[in-house]
Ligand binder design. Structure first.
Ligand SMILES: [Fe+2]
Length: 290
């Protein structure tokens, strides 16, 4: 049996590669949140991280972003090609993907990142389709980070407690139960608890902490002001799972009609996305092959 909740949390928030986010990630988040920032600020951060710089160049030369035009050879050219928002978002994703290594055949990290990147990509489109009042509450600059990292608690558990998590996933798949229910039953806590604690340690805003902590059960969230971003990520995750043939039932979010209703986002959005998933996967694959 796994150690108790406090021991797990102590481990994950101290002696662990995800205990601290890479410096470049925090600097890029600051740039994303600063209305006065420009491409030169991003270039300066990326240049200091050689692995990130190499990946960004590769992304800029991929067929999805560079359709036959001249080869991109410098970070400045990459930033010009992608634009400020895309270069920040891509750098955030590339930086965190490079940070996490799991030496195990039991887990396919590519699947994990494909889902997280898809949720991040879709979240921005769901935001555009949301009613105006929701847009006035949600800070759009949080959307990509919220989607990309909503399941970070699961990644932390997989990295820190690989064998135990493999057992939990097997149980969830065999018993046809949601992963978080099996975690709760076997561990006494879930990857949502771990994610919320990590986000708090990283000093990420309360809205993002709530996304990590309530994306599977948004109806349990008590503070109304925190509903909008959590609901939006839950809906994006739901859309990704129903539009994908490969999502095991253990990883499919439950349908909470109440959440769709209170967010004012139409269920018909699911059909709209069904035709667009190939496009979403093409952009996630471009990042994952860097
Ligand atoms: Fe999750």
């Amino acid at each position: 049996m796994l150690m108790n909740k406090q021991q797990v949390i102590d481990f994950l928030t101290t002696d662990f590669s995800l205990a601290n986010l890479p410096d470049s990630f925090m600097q890029l988040r600051r740039i994303a949140n600063d209305p006065h920032s420009d491409i030169a600020d991003v270039v300066e951060v990326v240049r200091k991280d050689t692995e990130l710089a190499a990946s960004l160049l590769k992304l800029s030369n991929s067929s999805i972003y560079n359709n036959g035009s001249e080869q991109v050879g410098t970070i400045e050219e990459a930033a010009q090609l992608l634009g400020l928002r895309k270069v920040v978002e891509s750098s955030l994703a590339l930086g965190i993907i490079q940070e996490v290594k799991i030496d195990s055949e039991q887990f396919d990290l590519r699947c994990y990142w494909k889902r997280s990147l898809s949720v991040a990509t879709i979240a921005e489109d769901v935001y555009l389709a949301a009613p105006r009042y929701l847009k006035t509450i949600i800070d759009p600059k949080m959307l990509y980070t919220a989607g990309l990292l909503h399941d970070i608690g699961m990644l932390a558990l997989i990295q820190g407690f690989t064998d135990e998590m493999a057992r939990i996933v097997d149980l969830a798949v065999c018993q046809g139960l949601p992963i978080q229910e099996v975690e709760q039953r076997e561990f006494g806590f879930t990857h949502q608890d771990v994610g919320r604690i990590l986000f708090k340690k990283w000093n990420l805003p309360e809205e993002l902490q709530s996304v990590a902590g309530y994306h599977h059960n948004p109806i349990e969230l008590r503070r109304r002001l925190l509903y909008p971003l959590v609901d939006l990520v839950y809906i994006s995750d739901y859309i990704c799972s129903v539009c994908s043939d490969h999502t095991a039932s253990a990883f499919k979010p439950k349908m909470y009609e109440e959440v769709w209703k209170r967010s004012g986002i139409s269920l018909s959005l699911i059909e709209d996305f069904a035709d667009r998933m190939d496009e979403v996967y093409a952009s996630t694959n471009a990042i994952l092959t860097c």
